[in-house]
Design a protein around this ligand. Structure first.
Ligand SMILES: *Cc1c(COP(=O)(O)O)cnc(C)c1O
Length: 418
């Protein structure tokens, strides 16, 4: 492999997904050139078709008022259903198992209302020690809410290591399993980019009687997920990271088919989860819709769903297998270019492509990582900094290309070498 910009251009020419970059708005610098945007793990870029999808709903609202629920071009009453099949395909689930509703932290609470059922002997929740802060707050507050403030159990890397070892996860579940009510893990971990074996963790947890859920904020639209086959109980994710649906947009949920008709499961209810035939009767006892839809509370924000629909149409056209294939090449290319700098840049993300998505988390070992981060930002790179000492770089295969990666590494090299 030649380490030149010309070679990166050549890889771009040969890239079968190259035309998709043009379907996104790339943020521009004051000099009119695009930023090197490597931050799709935090907020994905806007697809050019999004405006049209959102405009359509504004237009129908303007012209139809409340009648839009039935007579909009895409009627609002069933609007969330237009998203289900494509979202299910992205996460490897059956449509019955997926719903788009609320936002991620809210959904984690709603899912815990059902799937965290502590008892005196089994009340712990197992998470990663470096779980995303919001997940930790959600879990700690659930524990306190149920009166088990001391129930947090953390998976910690070994001393001197940053990644969790699978054998340690396994040992913890085997040893503590009988006291664990819920296992809730982020996949991949937002900080290290480490992917966990969901199927294996589900099997180990279930063997001990635990429920098993995953936070897929960094997984949906990034990893080749097979949620149904993984057999986990539930998952939740946001759509504004790799799924490019816009800031604060509505999230997604997965609830495994085996719970689809478990109407005796306790849940927090609202009218949107009620039988569609009698929803407007308003006087019946709550009659949940089978499957994930039965966990909905409110009628959803249509403008946000419209933006998600625009993005899912792009994903549907490309398909996750093609996307993952490019992603592995692109991130592999980044990894290769960084090899030259191994004295000053340490990749903490796993090197095995099956154990990571597109993100590489970099520790700058030479000096002042945060200063380096500031320098590359000034030079037009948009990435992100995570305390205490990591720069996260996420080449998103839909709109990033090999030249982005090459230019980023060049700028990083210059920043480090002064
Ligand atoms: C991004 C992210 C969140 C954000 O939650 P919101 O409710 O959408 O604000 C939560 N958890 C993880 C793991 C994340 O990566």
């Amino acid at each position: 492999m030649e380490k030149t910009l010309e070679y990166a251009f050549q890889l771009d020419t040969e890239d079968s997904l190259k035309s998709y970059r043009d379907q996104f708005h790339l943020p521009l610098r004051t000099n009119g050139k695009p930023y090197i945007y490597l931050c799709g793990n935090s907020l994905g870029l806007q697809p050019k078709k999004t405006a049209e999808y959102v405009q359509q709903e504004l237009k129908d609202w303007k012209n139809l008022g409340v009648e839009g629920h039935f007579h909009a071009q895409n009627p609002w009453l069933p609007y969330h259903e237009f998203l289900t099949e494509k979202m299910a395909k992205i996460v490897g689930a059956k449509p019955l198992e997926v719903v788009v509703m609320n936002t991620l932290s809210v959904n984690l609470h709603l899912l815990m209302a059902t799937f965290y059922r502590p008892t005196k002997d089994r009340f712990k929740i197992l998470i990663e020690s470096d779980a995303f802060p919001s997940d930790r707050y959600a879990v700690e507050s659930q524990l306190k809410f149920h009166g088990y403030g001391n129930g947090l159990l953390e998976l910690k890397p070994r001393k001197g290591e940053v990644l969790l070892r699978e054998e340690d996860i396994e040992a913890t579940i085997k040893k503590e399993g009988e006291s664990i009510a819920l296992i809730l893990i982020g996949c991949p971990n937002y900080y290290t980019g480490q992917v966990f074996d969901m199927k294996r963790i589900a099997a180990l947890g279930h063997a001990k009687g635990c429920t098993v859920g995953f936070d897929l904020a960094h997984g949906a639209g990034n990893l080749p997920l097979e949620l149904h086959d993984s057999n986990i109980d539930f998952a939740a994710w946001c759509t504004y990271k790799y799924l490019n649906s816009g800031p604060g947009s509505v999230g997604g949920c997965f609830i495994h088919e085996r719970h689809a008709h478990a109407f005796d499961l306790p849940r927090f209810a609202g009218w949107w989860g009620h039988n569609k035939e009698t929803r407007f009767g308003m006087r019946d006892d709550f009659d949940p819709i089978p499957g994930a839809e039965g966990w909905q509370l409110s009628n959803p924000p249509i403008l946000s769903l419209a933006a998600i629909r625009a993005s899912l149409d792009v994903f549907d056209e490309v398909g996750m297998p093609g996307l993952v294939e490019k992603s592995r090449k692109l991130t592999g290319y980044l990894e290769k270019l960084l090899e030259d700098m191994k004295d000053s840049v340490k990749i903490i993300t796993p090197r095995d492509v099956r154990k990571r998505g597109c993100q590489l988390s970099l520790q700058i070992t030479k000096w002042g990582g945060k200063d380096i981060f500031k320098t590359i930002t000034d030079k037009g790179v948009i990435a992100d900094w995570r305390e205490p000492d990591v720069i996260r770089i996420a080449p998103a295969p839909l709109y990033n290309n090999y030249s982005d990666v090459f230019k980023f590494v060049t700028i990083l090299k210059e920043a480090i070498n002064g």
